[in-house]
Design a protein around this ligand. Structure first.
Ligand code: CO8
Length: 255
């Protein structure tokens, strides 16, 4: 298998497992990822963590060796297949954290951008170098990167293909945190900052913020009113407010 799906305490962990190719995204690997996302969605995991096998790379991007000599139809189908798979990650009913433990280039950074959050080891290097291959990103990078770091910075990364180190990535908001030492342990610690809250309510928050970036503000406010009302309807909201008033810890049950 080109990936490994495991359980680490209350979390699902996907490890991209082609270290000899710097965990490059072959089409088979993307297919395996899609199946793993389905499995994770059906599990009781509180969050999904994704990292790369080995010490060098999270993921060096699409497998360039598979991209040459293909028909335009096959190329378009390939881009749409990768986009649909990464959209499935974005829409999982649980939050996800990319643990960028080395290079994250091209499709590798696009995979990380489809996660809810990103943390990076201090030696991590990120970029969308497709322009150097005579290409542009095709797995969501032109759409998700500007939403995360803004238009001007995204255009700079895409049009120069330049590499961003971990510290700059944190400064521009491309990654949420830097990890020092055991990156998976730090991914778990980060996930624990939110994973004890109600999963459906976390889902409403993610949906509201996602829609904010896709809609004019008036429409976004209407969506926020609807989603916050749905949150109010949950038993977890009743429990959270009761616990506050009774000065006790809430016990959320994801309903
Ligand atoms: N694809 C295939 N193999 C790769 C890739 C890749 N993206 N990256 C690295 N490898 C392989 C190398 O070929 C090498 O294999 P071998 O030992 O058999 O020669 C092995 O991994 C180790 O790589 P290097 O020797 O190059 O390692 P270095 O430490 O010297 O360099 C780098 C590391 C800087 C990460 C370098 O490997 C590199 O530049 N890789 C390519 C990065 C890149 O350009 N990524 C973008 C790819 S395009 C993309 O992602 C587009 C997505 C949308 C496509 C939609 C189409 C359907």
């Amino acid at each position: 298998m080109s990936i490994e799906l495991s359980r680490v305490e209350e979390f699902a962990l996907i490890t991209l497992n082609r270290p000899d190719a710097l965990n490059a995204l072959s089409f088979a690997l993307i297919r395996d990822l899609g199946h793993a996302f389905d499995e994770v969605a059906a599990s009781d995991a509180r969050a999904l963590l994704i990292t790369g096998a080995g010490t060098k790379a999270f993921c060096a991007g699409a497998d360039i060796k598979e991209l040459t000599g293909r028909s335009l139809t096959a190329q378009k189908e390939g881009a749409e297949f990768g986009q649909a798979t990464f959209a499935g990650l974005d829409r999982l009913p649980l939050p996800s954290v990319a643990i960028i433990n080395g290079y994250a280039f091209g499709g590798g950074l696009e995979l990380a951008l489809a996660c809810t959050f990103r943390i990076a080891t201090k030696n991590a290097k990120m970029g969308l170098p497709e322009i150097k291959l005579g290409l542009i990103p095709g797995y969501g990078g032109t759409q998700r990167l500007p939403r995360v770091i803004g238009e001007a910075r995204a255009l700079e990364m895409i049009m120069t293909g330049r590499t961003v180190d971990a510290e700059e990535a944190q400064r521009i908001g491309l990654v949420n945190r830097l990890a020092d030492g055991d990156a998976v342990a730090q991914g778990i610690a980060f996930a624990r900052e939110f994973s004890g809250y109600s999963l459906p309510v976390l889902g409403f928050a993610r949906e509201a913020v996602r829609r904010a970036l896709d809609n004019p503000v008036n429409e976004g406010l209407r969506i926020e009113a609807d989603l916050s009302t749905l949150a109010f309807q949950t038993a977890d909201a009743v429990e959270g407010m009761d616990a506050f008033i009774a000065k006790r810890k809430p016990h959320f049950k994801d309903n």
